[in-house]
Design a protein around this ligand. Sequence first.
Ligand code: 2RA
Length: 329
Amino acid sequence: MKVAVVGATGLVGTVMLKVLEERNFPLTELIPVASEKSVGKEITFKGKKFPIVSMDTAIGMRPDIALFSAGGNTSLEHAPRFKEAGTTVIDNSSAWRMDPNVKLIVPEVNAHELSIDNKIIANPNCSTIQMVVVLKPLHDKYKIKRVVVSTYQSVTGTGVKAVEQLMNERKGIDGPKAYPYEIDLNVLPHIDVFMENGYTKEEMKMVNETNKIMSDNSIKVTATTVRIPVMGGHSESVNIEFENDFDLAEVRSILEKAPGIIVVDDVANLKYPMPKDAHEKDEVFVGRIRRDESHARALNLWIVADNLRKGAATNAVQIAEYLIQKELV
Ligand code: 2RA
């Protein structure tokens, strides 16, 4: 299995390489791809050195799978070229997510939709992935009517420059700015650009991607996405209104048995999910499970996951694993 990692030197690309190594992904050849300035440098994978190559060289090597994390424009330009060469592309950017001809996949939710014809597959937005992993088993049992979500997102979601801004501010030194305001000791109710309707693009991603992944446009979703000065992962406060009544103990049992979920919910002993505990893990952590006492059929949850792993790299690698397992590549 020849695998290209496009954007191999970026934050998510680096994590994808780490996840491929950790999960002993069955690759016979690794093709790291990055911008021209990195071509010729080497990355180490499983103790072996691999030269970083250009996009054209990688396409010419005809990989079986290409894991992309190189931005939307790069993906729009080059993913079709890999497809033409017979490669299956799994793309982390938002470029293809809402394309009606492209599958938007979270393996625990809708991997069954994949077929051998899907040669460009979209990886959802990190804040959407961790939420739908939890929504899916509850929707199957109780049918979700509406979701209200507020997120508390790590600066790692923005990238290296944002991490540098936070660390510089904590040290009291100046440096490059990823945000319009200080992020240390602050929160920014602003992720990505503002839209006509007053939502941000990040918020509308959560709305639109959730309906597509769940294959149910009847689910009403509203979101407020917020940037906070943490590193380990994204946190979300989620309120779910169901069509049907539910039993709290049964909800907990369903979540404890659901794929990809770890329930951490023992407030008597101060046990609840936190980004510092989710960091570098691949599961979605759920806690603070409780009835919404203001509504007969509503539930409150707290959901945390490492946005660079399950929110991006691990989800993409899990899609690739599924394709191999089902002989779709
Ligand atoms: C963020 N979800 O956290 C977006 C993109 N990674 O900034």
